[in-house]
Design a protein around this ligand. Sequence first.
Ligand code: ADP
Ligand code: AMP
Length: 220
Amino acid sequence: MSQFDLILLGPPGAGKGTQASRIAADYRIPHVSTGDILRAAVKNQTQMGLEGKKYMDAGELVPDAVVIGIVRERLQEPDTAKGFLMDGFPRTIPQAQALDAALDDLGRAITKTIVILVDEEDLVKRLTGRRICRVCQAPFHVNFNPPREEGVCDKCRGELYQRDDDAEATVRNRLEVYRSQTEPLIDYYDRAGVVARIDGAQSPDEVYASIREVLGPAGE
Ligand code: ADP
Ligand code: AMP
């Protein structure tokens, strides 16, 4: 593969964020997480953040127009010319169609959609025990991937916190939203012949090794 226009797909808690930073570093492509962009907007109290917060707190999807706008803008940045890793986008068929159209305008197309699969009860355990770095957004887990020092990010020493939407009731709704609105995207990308399914129940290192096998060498 020479161009890395990649999507990481899978339910909340599958390990997309955990894998994304390693893929982005090794393949030298920007990690584009619409969730991270939206949380930054909430923190900075921008218009978009104020509008998005009510959906995020309820575990619902932010309207397509808002999220598609974010990604269109991000694709204008020069660092995406050599590829990108979408994490948490697209989440609906209209979002996937908008991404295809934006790439088509650039003479590009998705090269691989990596789908990480994990059983539902494991997802609940992963999400309710998740802790995130306030500074670099790195994900940890109180049992499965604990930081060396409690409450402190291994990578940048930032403070770890629990996302509001990682409370169990909200997690269950997010999983339902995933099933009804996002899972159909696996078929959508299957039709384009770009899907690689990865067993996300393995350890993070094993999941990464499976992803590397699918993507092949990073090239120059
Ligand atoms: P996503 O970005 O798909 O929502 P994350 O990467 O944030 O998922 O992972 C969710 C939680 O599960 C985090 O607490 C993370 O530390 C943990 N986790 C990630 N990958 C694994 C794994 N392979 N095995 C066990 N726990 C994992
Ligand atoms: P994430 O960090 O990917 O788990 O996303 C957290 C929340 O942000 C989601 O539950 C949605 O409310 C919102 N969000 C992130 N990405 C999208 C998207 N592509 N479409 C709609 N809502 C999104």
